[in-house]
Design a protein around this ligand. Structure first.
Ligand code: MRU
Length: 354
């Protein structure tokens, strides 16, 4: 996709052939700045501090982080320490463990001298596969939008999304956004309601993406969705996810559950887009997933741009704050899962992703 007018992926190997480039998402959408990761610690801090974010991209950064770690020391002990350091960065998105397990499985049987080259090749493969899976999600989700468009006879299809499950949260295309981009490119009339997604305002990243792609959209307060659904101004909700458990429960950004409840009340399809690496058949239900608790400061302070154009952080309250970063939407509220192997109607069929 494009940012600042230039086509790019969200992660790349720098021209030196080994350090890893990402966008600093703490600075978006106000400034497009790149970060160069040169060590495991750089990768771990980037994930934990949310310089990089979004379940599939966290997995990709961790994969390259493991390669960076092996570059410093390809031995067994260092590999174990690197794996643990990266896994400890964030608890909820299962793509992190999925990517690290995949990397370790590939390099572990090799002689240490062969591990670095193999790790870089595997991380690159993982990234290419992410792009292909997200495009496949787009293809699988497109008919849902086409069906609504046909029913509406030329009026825009209104889709609500929460958080950023766009290309900035993956390697390219995004999960929830892939069907939107394909629908827009196919000429279907679309309008996207973009939840701001307090407290980190990932909706501003979704809005940036949609603006660059020319997709009509409106940025809304997180609590506006209920009213819009009640007024018949939402045709479908599409969200991404950080983990779908064996029973089909969906862990995603805090606030997702309330959107699912409202959608159910108004008989609006609530669909979840996910690639294979986000499915966690080893965890029985959403209740078994660790929900990340982030710093209360993310609630008590907010960051934006002053009229003079500088990024600034201001306090909103001095009261105690509580900041769970994700919630669990029960499978019963999910109308369908849009996946890289096609549209899945029931949680039982998710095993196709394993
Ligand atoms: O805390 P974040 O910004 O990493 O949370 C991101 C989300 O919740 C996304 O919706 C999810 O990871 C899917 S990204 C394709």
């Amino acid at each position: 996709m494009k940012i600042g007018g230039a086509s790019t992926r969200s992660i790349w190997v720098e021209p030196d052939g080994w350090s890893v480039g990402i966008f600093d998402q703490r600075r978006l959408p106000w400034a497009i700045e790149r970060l160069v990761l040169r060590s495991v610690e750089d990768a771990a801090v980037a994930i934990a501090d949310m310089a990089t974010r979004g379940a599939p991209l966290i997995g990709a950064v961790a994969a390259y982080g493991l390669a960076l770690g092996l570059r410093a020391d390809p031995g067994d002990e260092a590999l174990a320490i690197t794996y643990d350091r990266l896994l400890a960065t964030r608890p909820t998105a299962v793509n992190l463990r999925w990517a690290l397990d995949r990397m370790r499985r590939q390099v572990m049987p090799l002689a240490p001298a062969l591990r670095v080259a193999h790790a870089y090749a595997e991380a690159a493969r993982l990234c290419d596969e992410d792009v292909a899976m997200n495009r496949a999600i787009g293809v699988a989700g497109l008919p849902l939008i086409e069906a609504i468009a046909a029913r509406k006879g030329g009026a825009p299809v209104n889709i609500l999304t929460h958080c950023n499950a766009g290309w900035l949260a993956t390697v390219d295309w995004g999960t929830a956004t892939a069907p939107l981009y394909l629908a827009h490119d196919a000429g279907l009339p679309l309008h996207i309601w973009v939840d701001e997604t307090r407290p980190r305002n990932q909706g501003a990243l979704t809005a940036l993406e949609l603006a660059e792609h020319g997709v009509p959209h409106t940025y809304i307060a997180d609590n506006a969705g209920g009213l819009l659904m009640q007024q018949g101004r939402v045709d479908m909700v599409i969200v991404g996810t950080d983990r779908v458990t064996a029973n089909g429960d969906v862990c995603n950004k805090i606030g997702t559950y309330l959107k699912a409840l409202a959608a159910k009340a108004h008989d609006i399809p609530f669909v979840v887009a996910l690639p294979a690496g986000t499915y966690d058949p080893e965890t029985a239900t959403g209740a078994d997933v660790e929900i990340e608790k982030r710093s209360p400061d993310e609630i008590a302070f907010t960051t934006g741009r002053t009229l003079a154009g500088d990024q600034a952080t201001i306090a909103l309250t001095a009261s105690p704050a509580c900041n769970p970063a994700f919630d669990v939407t029960p499978a019963a509220l999910v109308s369908a899962y849009i996946t890289n192997v096609g549209l899945i109607a029931t949680a039982g069929q998710l095993t196709q992703l394993a």
